[in-house]
Design a protein around this ligand. Structure first.
Ligand code: SF4
Ligand code: SF4
Length: 397
């Protein structure tokens, strides 16, 4: 495809979906890219109009690619839409068509997605990155968290009745967070099987990038690894949303049955007996008074899984909670969005940080690794909700 001109394309979108937008604009305040640009082409309504035009003409151009690429994929618009426009699936289908027709996704992004598919390769690359990071040669615009030189290994119980899905980046970069979340699950008296290297990346970033064939292969591998019929607990909102969408992605009864087993880890914890104290307590307990925690809802927990209240239910016995007043506006992390569009991601994050400031609080809870990393890079004291619970249980908060 020549970047200079138009090219033929079949978007493969459902004609009924294409006419479902009534152009009311109610989604606009919920769209982070519209909020920072105030441009129609950067809004859900503008993108849907472009999709309809391209579907009708059968031709797309670089302006269309840029408009689709600039979407965070947060699905805030979908949650706000009174007409039920299935924007998220339309975006994924459009990006997949662009991959087929226009080689959408440059080679350097594709290498990144390939690395995610292989846990050992990801860990080896992460070790190199960790060493380079310690030389301070990594450009600060990438805003990476401190990457550990060694992976935190999680013990797996062969007698476990529930699966604990560790994912790819979280497993390589945030082992301590995973260990804390696992301890909280185990504090309820259950034994868990850890997915570890047996299950590769969930494929969420691949789907968002339009790499559907690769995402389907990953989905089949994950399903084969997490055998049995017990629940699959997911501590990452983005991965959980993807595992719950395997039924849609693969369209098989086996995939639908698998997706029905998937729970965000907080959903599973609701209604269980989570002890307030676990293990030896520090000689000098922290000062009395419960810390105030501002709750940031990751888009894929709130808009896709609709499981964000479960986080509050789990946190409430331990903390005072402070609510943000931005109706779940995206923080700008957006999977690979913050790497592909760092300045826009930072601009969107400023809106979120302002909402966090207004809410007040000592700490921020965020149930998605990408959001946590992005918020911390902006200076917010963000931790996974179960990291907070784990610290409180051990008398460290
Ligand atoms: S998915 Fe998010 S960024 Fe994309 S159009 Fe919808 S609200 Fe805007
Ligand atoms: S996507 Fe929904 S909320 Fe947005 S303009 Fe269309 S109908 Fe209205």
């Amino acid at each position: 495809m020549s970047r200079g001109g138009s090219f033929p394309i079949d978007l493969g979108l459902d004609p009924e979906d294409l006419v479902s937008c009534v152009h009311c604009g109610l989604c606009l305040p919920h769209c982070p890219t519209y909020r920072i640009t105030q441009e129609e082409i950067a809004s859900p309504r503008g993108r849907l109009m472009l999709m309809a035009e391209v579907a009708e003409s059968g031709r797309a151009d670089p302006v269309f690619i840029d408009a689709i690429d600039a979407c965070v994929g947060c699905r805030g618009c979908e949650a706000a839409c009174p007409s039920g426009v299935p924007y998220g699936h339309m975006l994924e289908t459009t990006r997949a068509a662009l991959v087929e027709s226009a080689g959408y996704q440059p080679w350097w992004r594709r290498i990144g997605y390939r690395i995610l598919e292989h846990p050992r390769l990801l860990r080896a690359s992460s070790r190199i990155l960790a060493l380079v990071q310690r030389t301070r040669l990594v450009p600060s615009r990438f805003a990476l968290p401190p990457i550990p030189l060694r992976r935190t290994r999680l013990e797996s119980s062969p007698r476990g009745t529930v699966w604990f899905f560790t994912g790819c980046v979280m497993d390589a970069w945030m082992g301590e967070t995973l260990a804390a979340a696992k301890r909280v699950v185990e504090s309820t008296g259950v034994e868990v099987r850890v997915s570890g290297d047996a299950a590769p990346c969930c494929g969420a970033l691949h789907v968002h990038a339009g790499l559907e064939a690769e995402a389907r292969d990953l989905a089949r591998e994950v399903m084969a690894a997490l055998d049995g019929d017990g629940p699959v607990l997911v501590p990452s909102a983005g991965c959980g949303a993807q595992l719950k969408e395997y039924g849609h992605l693969l369209g098989t009864s086996e995939a639908r049955a698998f997706s029905a087993r998937v729970l965000d880890v907080h959903e599973w914890l609701v209604g269980r007996d989570i002890p307030l104290r676990v293990g030896p307590q520090p000689a000098e307990p922290p000062p009395r008074g419960r810390p105030v925690v501002a709750v940031q809802d990751p888009c894929h927990l709130r808009h896709v899984q609709h499981a964000h209240q479960a986080v509050r239910t789990v946190l409430e016995p331990f903390f005072e909670l402070a609510e943000l007043d931005d109706a779940g506006l995206c923080c700008g992390a957006g999977g690979a969005y913050s790497a592909a569009h760092p300045s826009e991601a930072a601009e969107i994050r400023e809106l979120k940080l302002a909402a966090i400031d207004r809410a007040g609080g000592d700490l921020v809870a965020s149930a998605n690794p990408g959001c946590m990393i992005h918020l911390r890079a902006g200076g917010a004291p963000a931790l996974h909700p179960l990291e907070l619970v784990d610290r409180a249980q051990r008398g460290l908060l």
